[in-house]
Ligand binder design. Structure first.
Ligand SMILES: *Cc1c(COP(=O)(O)O)cnc(C)c1O
Length: 406
């Protein structure tokens, strides 16, 4: 076999299908997020409108201060896996902070949200005898991979569809172990799961619940505990999973659950045991971010105001976007070539960076620009974005929505 030809051939196929991904080479400007330098053919200053650093915590003084302090106290890396010299006091403090955030007995850290889903779901579903996993159809790749890896039986229920979930639960023996895996805020449509009703079904059919709150932690609830905190449901979930890399602005993932469940994952999950612990500075920065957002709602309030403003401005121009109850604004283009084109022109001519979202991340015909307004976007940033989108909608002759009744 000619290995190089195989690689380039596969990449050519991807390009032909319009699915080849190109990185934007960015340098974010600390202290002036969402501004960044984009390096490509030409170097340009851009405003980022698609970051998952939803609240700008990646440049927050208390986060940076904690990271500098830990770096100076402890040096760069953790120096080992959690079991072999890699558990530092910063990891212990962060896990306590997370358990408290979700009102659980314990929490367990992983190197990313992806790894936390892969390892926790893989271990739970793989080690509980005869476990069946009921997985929402739109679950994130990390959950799907974890469930696959477990080799447990898997049933996929229609997205956010309680009737379909109940039909599948009812078809299983009441005493068979079951795990319902789902998310709170789904990141591409920005819709939110009916968590209370899912927990009711879990109780009725004797199932565990596993909730991915990756796009909600830091953002919702009085202390940033997520949608389950906002709805007063945290105690009803068996496992809450989250990331430290999105609204908390740093890196890492975790689960929060009972002490026994966390200890079980700690003791059996390969993806936890056999990998170097997060650097102490990362743990300290994440803990500072969580601590800040537990006490301060200023960032959440300001983000909500910016989201409302961007939505209203798009509405006024008739630019189609998904109406949803979250902070994610999917602007619908519905054509992969135009979606990529608009994103390219926004970057090159307007200094606005929004990654196009095409198939297979979203279904064909629903290609979109996913906009995430944050407290660090200014009124001028919003004017510039909305003006640019208005011009491009005109230029590309894209459909507009009927204008809202005056
Ligand atoms: C981003 C994401 C993850 C993975 O989290 P990372 O910390 O980025 O690895 C898990 N679940 C969902 C729903 C996500 O969007």
């Amino acid at each position: 076999m000619n290995y190089q030809n195989f690689f380039t051939g596969a990449l050519d196929d991807l390009r032909d299908q319009g699915n080849y991904r190109v990185f934007a080479d960015l340098e974010r400007h600390c202290g002036s997020f969402p501004k960044a330098t984009a390096r490509g053919a030409d170097v340009a200053n851009v405003t980022i409108w698609c970051s998952n650093d939803y609240l700008g915590m990646g440049q927050h003084p208390s986060v940076l201060g904690a990271m500098h302090d830990a770096l100076d106290r402890c040096g760069a890396g953790a120096g080992g896996t959690r079991n072999i010299s890699g558990t530092t006091h910063d990891h212990v403090l962060l896990e306590a902070e997370l358990a408290d955030l979700h009102g659980k007995e314990a929490a367990l850290l992983f190197t990313s949200g992806y790894v936390s889903n892969w390892a926790a779901l893989g271990t739970l579903a793989g080690r509980i005898p005869d476990c069946v996993v009921l997985s929402d159809a739109l679950n994130h790749a990390s959950m799907i991979e974890g469930i696959r890896h477990s080799k447990a039986e898997r049933m996929i229920w229609k997205h956010n569809d309680l009737e379909d979930l109940e039909a599948k639960l009812a078809a299983l023996p009441l005493d068979r172990p079951k795990l319902i895996a789902f998310e709170s805020v789904y990141s591409m449509d920005g819709d939110i799961a009916p968590i209370r009703e899912i927990c009711d079904l879990a109780d009725k059919y004797n199932a565990m619940t596993y909730l991915d709150e990756v796009h909600a932690v830091g953002l919702y609830g009085p202390r940033g505990g997520g949608i389950a905190e906002r709805e007063g449901l945290m105690d009803r979930l068996t496992v809450i999973e989250g990331t430290l890399g999105k609204a908390f602005g740093v890196m890492g993932g975790y689960i929060a659950a009972s002490a026994a469940l966390c200890d079980f994952i700690r003791s059996f999950a390969s993806g936890f045991i056999f990998t170097t612990a997060l650097p102490p500075a990362v743990a300290a920065g994440a803990a500072a971010s969580i601590r800040h957002l537990k006490a301060s709602r200023a960032e959440r309030d300001l983000q909500k105001a910016k989201v409302t403003e961007v939505r209203a401005r798009l509405e006024a121009l008739g630019i189609p976007h998904v109406d949803n109850p979250s902070h994610i604004i999917p602007v619908m283009v519905g054509d992969p070539v135009k979606c990529k084109y608009i994103s390219d022109v926004l970057l090159k001519e307007y200094g606005i960076y929004i990654q196009p979202i095409n198939y297979p991340t979203v279904p064909k015909g629903t290609e979109r620009l996913r906009i995430t307004p944050s407290p660090v976007h200014t009124a001028e940033d919003i004017d510039h974005l909305v003006g640019a989108l208005g011009q491009l909608w005109e230029y590309c002759q894209l459909a507009r929505m009927p204008l809202a009744a005056q």
